[in-house]
Each structure stands twice: as structure tokens, then as C-alpha cells.
Write a protein that binds this ligand. Structure first.
Ligand SMILES: [Zn+2]
Length: 199
């Protein structure tokens, strides 16, 4: 191969690399604005009405039975009617409430935390612990079936997003720096939960 051909090939490769990286940059900018809601949308896209398995609990936190239910699918307009603006942004748009701003991070009563959107039983106060983060934190869900964990790479971080199995509400994230016995920390948004006090 002649030098000139090598040069031409080298230049071509350089240009291709430049174009590819420019495309990535432009694509990245375009993606940025809707990335926040991507977690929820990906789940919704895959969630054409179908059955899911969840475990039912009474308000005292007693496990009742495992059931197959239709996934709850509603339009944004329907969710907006049922939820506060804050709860809508968090559960349907994967937003995060400000630390120490929610109503449950400092709650220490016995009871059950249900999904604000669909009443699915999610966490027990028995697994709640003081994480010091300003978000209600649990070391385990009531039932593994009731929450769905999804890899979330928004905001340049790789995290595991946690959503409600029955309605796909975004709840928060789970990290592996929790206490015994699971070493997990389910870092939830208060606004995604409804606390039912044990009577
Ligand atoms: Zn739900």
C-alpha cells in the first residue's frame, strides 16, 4: 500500500471517528431532556397489559396470599387526577424528592407502606432503619414479588431503580450499603408511599 493511500485511509478513519463522536455528543444532548422519565417509560413500553404476580398483605403486615393480577395501566391524565403533582412527578416521571422533605423519613411507627398509586403493599416499618439520608429506608421489601428492580443509568450513575410491580410506579433506588441482615438499602421517596398505621 502506498503512503498516500495510507494517509487517505487514516484521514478517513479520523473523520469517521469524529463524525461518530459528534453524533454521540448530539444524541447525548438530545437524550438528556427526557432521560429522567426513561426508566418509567421503558417499563411502560414493556408493560402492555399483562398479568403479574404479587403477594397480598393486610394492614397489620400479615402475608395473606400470592395472586396473579392484571398490571395497572393508566394514562398520564388519569394518574394526574389521582395524585398530587409531586407524587405524579416521582412515581410516573422517576423524579426524586428533596432529602429530609418527605413525610416518612423520620417516621418510627409500626405499620405498612403501600404504593401511593395502587395500594400494593411494599414495605413494613419492621425493616425500616435510620439511614441518615433523609429518605425512608428499608433493608427489604415486604415481598420480593411486589417490587421490580431495573438497572438505571440516568444522570451518569449506574443504579438500580425500584418500581411497584403492579403499576410500575417509580419508588426509589436500592443500594448495597444497607444494614444486616440483607446489606441492602431501599432508598424510597415518601411521596411514592402511603403509610397505614398498625391499629
Ligand atoms: Zn403501585
Amino acid at each position: 500500500m502506498f503512503d498516500s493511500e495510507l494517509e487517505a485511509e487514516g484521514a478517513g478513519r479520523t473523520r469517521r471517528i469524529f463524525l461518530a463522536s459528534a453524533a454521540v455528543t448530539l444524541g447525548g444532548l438530545a437524550l438528556w431532556s427526557w432521560k429522567k422519565s426513561r426508566v418509567v417509560e421503558v417499563v411502560a413500553a414493556a408493560g402492555v397489559p399483562r398479568e403479574v404476580t404479587i403477594v397480598l398483605f393486610d394492614d397489620a403486615g400479615n402475608r395473606l396470599k400470592t395472586v396473579r393480577v392484571n398490571k395497572i395501566v393508566k394514562t398520564d391524565a388519569e394518574w394526574r387526577k389521582e395524585l398530587s403533582a409531586n407524587a405524579f412527578d416521582i412515581t410516573r416521571r422517576a423524579d426524586t424528592e428533596m432529602a429530609f422533605s418527605g413525610k416518612y423519613w423520620n417516621l418510627h411507627e409500626a405499620g405498612t407502606f403501600r404504593c401511593i398509586c395502587c395500594e400494593n403493599a411494599l414495605f413494613s416499618a419492621e425493616t425500616k432503619f435510620d439511614s441518615g439520608t433523609g429518605w425512608p429506608s428499608f433493608w427489604a421489601p415486604l415481598a420480593a414479588e411486589n417490587v421490580t428492580e431495573i438497572r438505571d443509568s440516568t444522570f451518569g450513575m449506574v443504579r438500580t431503580a425500584v418500581s411497584c410491580t403492579q403499576c410500575d410506579a417509580h419508588l426509589g433506588h436500592v443500594f448495597d450499603d444497607g444494614p444486616e441482615p440483607t446489606h441492602l438499602r431501599y432508598c424510597m421517596n415518601s411521596a411514592a408511599l402511603r403509610f397505614v398505621k398498625r391499629s
